[in-house]
Design a protein. Structure first.
Length: 246
């Protein structure tokens, strides 16, 4: 007897896998990734009233991951306006389980006030300080006690050195079959100085993607989830979805 749900999922998986060799689709996605980053496309969106500086495609991937994992704790380095914290917290609220921990070296007062006054703040905690400061990592560790399912997102300083340190420090928190997600690996694929007048301490050869590849060389317990790459195509985190498999 046929199972229409299984058939639909199988067809989708086959279609997603075929994207990896669809040259016209890949070229179109690459062109959009480059031009949209130049146009600061990620700054165009909000979630429940707060700016969420991410691509909608990545947020849809996060929704799927969070629904499947139902994490006890989501750790995110980098807070900015707090939109992504609120997005993840709202998904956990719908699930009825879990909390979000955000870390940022500078939580500006106007952003802190907006986050703390938001209805989703009941599932959010924040720590101010460098994400790679040992005392901060130790404080984060206290929030992981008795948490069985943990998801980690890295979106703070995007230099190779900083991201590699985050990967080494935060990957031990990641539970089996969960993820450590490295945002802005796209930097490696963008033209140098793609935003004139917006100097950054990272660039080609010194960015989250280079850090991620260095990390994987000595951490075989993680692998790139290529199925997410093939599904999204448009993303600020190509190859950045690292799944714990050991």
């Amino acid at each position: 007897m046929s199972n229409p749900i299984k058939e639909f999922i199988d067809q989708r998986n086959s279609r997603v896998a075929s994207n990896a060799t669809n040259e016209k689709l890949l070229a179109a996605a690459d062109a959009f990734n480059i031009e949209s980053n130049k146009a600061q496309y990620s700054y165009n969106f909000s979630w429940m009233g707060r700016p969420v500086i991410q691509y909608p495609q990545d947020m849809m991937a996060m929704q799927e991951i969070i629904w499947n994992l139902k994490p006890d704790l989501i750790i995110e380095t980098g807070i900015a306006h707090g939109g992504s914290l609120i997005y993840y917290a709202s998904l956990l609220e719908l699930i009825g389980h879990g909390e979000v921990l955000g870390i940022d070296i500078d939580i500006r007062k106007h952003n802190r006030d907006e986050i703390e006054n938001h209805p989703m703040f009941k599932r959010i905690k924040m720590i101010q300080g460098s994400s790679i400061e040992p005392a901060i990592v130790a404080e984060v560790a206290t929030h992981t006690i008795d948490k069985k399912q943990i998801l980690v997102l890295l979106d703070s300083n995007h230099t190779h050195e900083h991201v590699l340190a985050e990967l080494e420090m935060y990957s031990p928190f990641v539970s089996m079959n969960s993820y450590i997600i490295v945002y802005d690996t796209i930097v490696e694929n963008l033209p140098e100085n793609y935003l004139p007048g917006h100097a950054r301490p990272w660039g080609i050869g010194d960015n989250p993607m280079t850090a991620m590849h260095t990390f994987l060389e000595s951490n075989p317990q993680f692998e790139i989830d290529k199925s997410i790459n093939n599904k999204l195509l448009i993303s600020v985190a190509p190859d950045g979805y690292l799944k714990r498999i050991k």
